[in-house]
Write a protein that binds this ligand. Structure first.
Ligand SMILES: Cc1cc2nc3c(=O)[nH]c(=O)nc-3n(C[C@H](O)[C@H](O)[C@H](O)COP(=O)(O)OP(=O)(O)OC[C@H]3O[C@@H](n4cnc5c(N)ncnc54)[C@H](O)[C@@H]3O)c2cc1C
Length: 205
């Protein structure tokens, strides 16, 4: 039997998977969706085996739908709604900026951050720069991207940010949170926590 040691700097399992129960119900602070409810996804059989319930949040039977811009209402700092047309127009500009960053990627063998690439694009295409409210809406689009990657734009890799492979069968929200999955994986693998001081924690099989 293979023995595997996992070095873990935190005092808990899961890291970017972290279910908070302080409200009396599970709230995932990190990952909360199973993206691609299909057997190609190695987590799907495990989640099915554990009998965990999922809410479909995409497709015809969706109960949540937040990926279209039509359902987003933006408000400025004076609590006035940003006209939807501005949101849509700046969205198109943001798409164009990202397309142009693809050219920056093709021209430079070294990786740079998405933030650096956007600066390069805005310098070489001043017509894509936004002013006033439109500038704020553009910042919102960048924040939205940062929220998706849970990282600031200066930390997002230009080379890899769009390299994900989307699995089939839609997205399922983990109703009981991801914690049962982490617990099951830890139990299955027989991990125990060996504390080695405040910071150095080692998980041993
Ligand atoms: C807010 C948020 C929402 C997300 N939503 C989803 C979602 O809905 N669905 C989905 O599939 N994914 C989602 N993700 C992504 C998903 O959580 C991660 O891809 C996944 O958890 C990464 O797991 P990992 O084990 O590779 O890395 P991590 O969970 O980052 O674990 C890495 C571990 O290494 C430890 N470590 C780092 N450096 C050292 C060191 N030097 N020595 C020892 N240990 C070290 C860290 O403490 C950490 O525990 C989300 C992420 C975030 C932040």
């Amino acid at each position: 039997m293979e023995h595997v040691s996992i070095l873990e700097s935190r005092d808990r399992l899961g890291d970017r998977i972290n279910t908070d129960y302080s409200f009396g119900c599970p709230v995932d602070i990190g990952a909360s969706w199973l993206h691609g409810v299909c057997n190609e996804n190695p987590l799907a059989p495990l989640i099915r085996g554990l009998g965990l319930m999922l809410y479909h949040t995409s497709g015809d039977d969706s109960i949540l739908y937040d990926h279209d811009l039509e359902s987003c209402m933006l408000f400025n700092t004076d609590s006035h709604q940003v006209p939807q047309q501005i949101v849509m127009d700046v969205g198109e500009t943001f798409k164009r900026i990202l397309e142009e960053t693809g050219k920056v990627r093709d021209e430079d063998p070294d990786d740079v951050s998405v933030q650096q690439a956007i600066s390069v694009v805005l310098n070489s295409h001043p017509e894509l720069r936004q002013q006033g409210l439109s500038h704020e809406v553009l910042q919102w689009y960048i924040c939205r991207m940062e929220a998706w990657f849970a990282a600031d734009a200066y930390m997002i890799s230009l080379k890899t940010w769009d390299q994900e492979h989307v699995l089939s069968s839609g997205h399922g929200l983990m109703v009981e949170g991801y914690d049962p999955v982490i617990k099951a994986l830890a139990k299955k693998s027989g991990y125990t926590l060996e504390s080695q001081g405040d910071k150095d924690i080692k998980w041993v099989q």
